[in-house]
Design a protein around this ligand. Sequence first.
Ligand code: IMP
Length: 197
Amino acid sequence: MSSPTQTLVFATRNPHKAAEVRALLKGRFHILTLPEAGINEEIPEPFPTLEENALAKTDFLFQRLGCDCFSEDTGLEVNALGGEPGVRSARYAGEPPQDAANQQRLLERMQGVTTREARFRTVFSLCLQGKSHCFEGICEGRIAEYPAGKQGFGYDPVFIPTGAGQTFAEMGMEAKNHFSHRRKALDAMLHFLGEGI
Ligand code: IMP
């Protein structure tokens, strides 16, 4: 159980992720991102599964700050590519991670491919008093033929969630949160905390 002012450090320096999560939490928790918590180095994500990477990030933060925290790791899994880019989504087009290059590589690989089903999968790790708990969120959809929309980040311009007629990047954050993997994982985490949305 939490009080409305409970602080949780969110292991991200991505302002879009922080905005999505804050909009969903509606002030129920005080969220600090990594820069706001004074963590300036990158936390490595070296593992072959989203769950291991999410857990590694909360372990790292708990060791550094000793406070309650959560993290997430996300992958885009494309059926026609055997589940790629998956856990390697951030670096699909190589180093350094770049959204436009990742989108371009994906669309090149998908050129002429008619089976375009894909999903975003997110694993959250919540660390309370040093004990971690994982929650998953999945958003089914398909890969667009070309990028559309300017909002959001990452693969948002090339992903159309099932039930929508536009990409995440065209619909804006509120509508994205209605469909998104991150919202579903957060729902599960809040349910665990006794704070269902
Ligand atoms: P990470 O979880 O930040 O490591 O994300 C892995 C890759 O997926 C990065 O390229 C992100 O930009 C991308 N990504 C993560 N979440 C989303 C999302 O909600 N929409 C679009 N791309 C995302």
